[in-house]
Write a protein that binds this ligand. Sequence first.
Ligand SMILES: *[C@@H]1O[C@H](CO)[C@@H](O)[C@H](O)[C@H]1NC(C)=O
Ligand SMILES: *[C@@H]1O[C@H](CO)[C@@H](O)[C@H](O)[C@H]1NC(C)=O
Ligand SMILES: *[C@@H]1O[C@H](CO)[C@@H](O)[C@H](O)[C@H]1NC(C)=O
Length: 384
Amino acid sequence: MELRSLSASSFPPCYCVKRRLVLLTLVYLLSCDVKALQVIGGSVRVVLGGTAVLPCKLIDTAEPLHQISWQRKTREKVQTDNFYTIQTSGPVFVNGNDRRFQFIGSFKDNNGTLQLTNVLLKDEGVYTCIFTVFPSGNHKTEIPLTIFVLPSVSVKDEYPLEGKEERLLATCTAAGSRPPAEVSWITGSLGDKVRATRSSTQNGNDTTTTISSLLGVPTKEINRQKVRCVVKSEAPEISQDFTIQIYFPPVEAKIVERDQDTFECLTEANPDANVTWSRSDGPLPQSAEADGGKLKLQSISSDLNGLYQCEASNQYGKKHSQLYVHVPSGSCTVCWVIFGLALIASCVVAAVVYYFKFLRNEESPQRVPTSEPEEAPGEADTNI
Ligand SMILES: *[C@@H]1O[C@H](CO)[C@@H](O)[C@H](O)[C@H]1NC(C)=O
Ligand SMILES: *[C@@H]1O[C@H](CO)[C@@H](O)[C@H](O)[C@H]1NC(C)=O
Ligand SMILES: *[C@@H]1O[C@H](CO)[C@@H](O)[C@H](O)[C@H]1NC(C)=O
């Protein structure tokens, strides 16, 4: 009304007439829309192997229903295919039975809803539901069916050895996704010490495999840092945590005295090193017991005398260190010497520390002259 009074006063008469016509048409269309018979459908997305419900219902009519029929145009049936009809007597397959389809609607309620179980990729396409009523004839709607496939996500360690050049640290794979998944890394405090590259391949089965590779310079600084791979697909976001591992051989083997008569061979390596104790002239004597990295001298007797060696090793290399034990006869003192050295086959043994330890009496230890190392410890690396 406002428009009319406004038009009347300020617009030329012909404009005003046109405007009123448009308004009238709109009102007419709206009223038609509310009352007219219509078929309600929808679009459906379902996971591969899942169950799709293809909704279809005829509303706003009192005309008697003669038949509901279903057509499809799918990846398998590229030509329009009439495959299912429902009459008062019940549903019938038209071109061969596919028991995965089941009528779950209600004929008397004008509900043509169809259920499809164990959905396959070939089922993807457009389904048309047609209601035939008397006297107005056919009324239909199209229901697109889209099938998605969830990726399987895995994070793989690429076993980077410590070094100075950029290397592949880990890969995150979202395999067999449809539509393609988005794969990314959350690297937290690592910032620009690492970067990611992405690649994807189309699989024969209409899915895509996306791989995100995490690269960085494999330094000890980033060893054991936590990162997270995030995969976005049709499913709720999938994420997998990963701890970066930088691998390196034992850094050194260091013998330390733990407590009275117990020595430990310490090392740093990734993966953790195996430590084995041995004696140069054969098996360990009964009075010496090795327990992992520890060597325990149990009873003080001269059969302990000898050169003991600890070897720390993992698959990337090994380091040695030696301990000389001497129990002077008739004395209650044990003297021992550690050759705190990393040995290779031809490596020269040099004494680093050389002193007496008094086990039973309380005299303070005496230092005896040390010999100069002929080769600096730690310089000799054994990398296999
Ligand atoms: C049609 O039937 C289906 C299956 O029984 C039901 O889930 C759906 O709600 C019905 N649709 C309407 C609009 O009533
Ligand atoms: C599709 O192929 C990819 C790669 O060969 C495979 O990982 C995936 O499991 C396959 N998916 C299906 C649904 O067959
Ligand atoms: C460590 O020792 C165990 C047990 O003796 C053995 O099975 C394993 O292979 C060793 N690992 C290495 C890296 O030598």
